[in-house]
Design a protein around this ligand. Structure first.
Ligand SMILES: [Zn+2]
Length: 139
């Protein structure tokens, strides 16, 4: 039996479906109940189905959208500037060890120094170069 794309078929385990992909090696059927299943072409046991494709379930009308989530600008967003004019540049690439607090690259808006800061320190960080801030974290 030579199948064509869009043919309605039935399969013993999955029931009725529609052929959505067809090559020499495999056949992909989108079953009405089970969704997409791929078979090796020589193993697929499919029979022609007279069952019509079910209509797409109608979308439930107007589920009232919930209150819009407020986007809070966290202190880890690049560009965030704390009260000491220290800005977040980006999350530091801490290759290898995923443990420990995340380190962010900070930049001092006063002198331009880049340094690393633990995420918990971003809000209170002072520049290690031109202020009396603690030395930067290695990143
Ligand atoms: Zn500085």
């Amino acid at each position: 039996m030579a199948w064509r794309l869009g043919d309605r078929v039935e399969q013993a385990s999955y029931g009725a479906g529609t052929i959505i992909e067809l090559t020499d090696q495999h056949v992909v059927v989108h079953f009405d109940t089970y969704g997409r299943r791929k078979f090796a072409a020589h193993l697929a046991v499919l029979t022609a189905s007279q069952r019509p494709e079910p209509r797409a379930p109608s979308r439930p009308n107007s589920i009232a959208p919930g209150p819009r989530a407020t986007v809070t600008r966290t202190s880890t967003d690049p560009g965030y500037e704390n009260s000491n004019r220290q800005t977040v540049v980006r999350l530091a690439e801490t290759h290898g060890h995923g443990r420990g607090p995340r380190v962010y690259v900070m930049r001092c808006m006063r002198c331009g120094t880049h340094y690393g800061a633990n995420v918990s320190d971003i809000d209170s960080r002072a520049c290690p170069a031109c202020m009396d801030g603690p030395p930067g974290v290695t990143f």
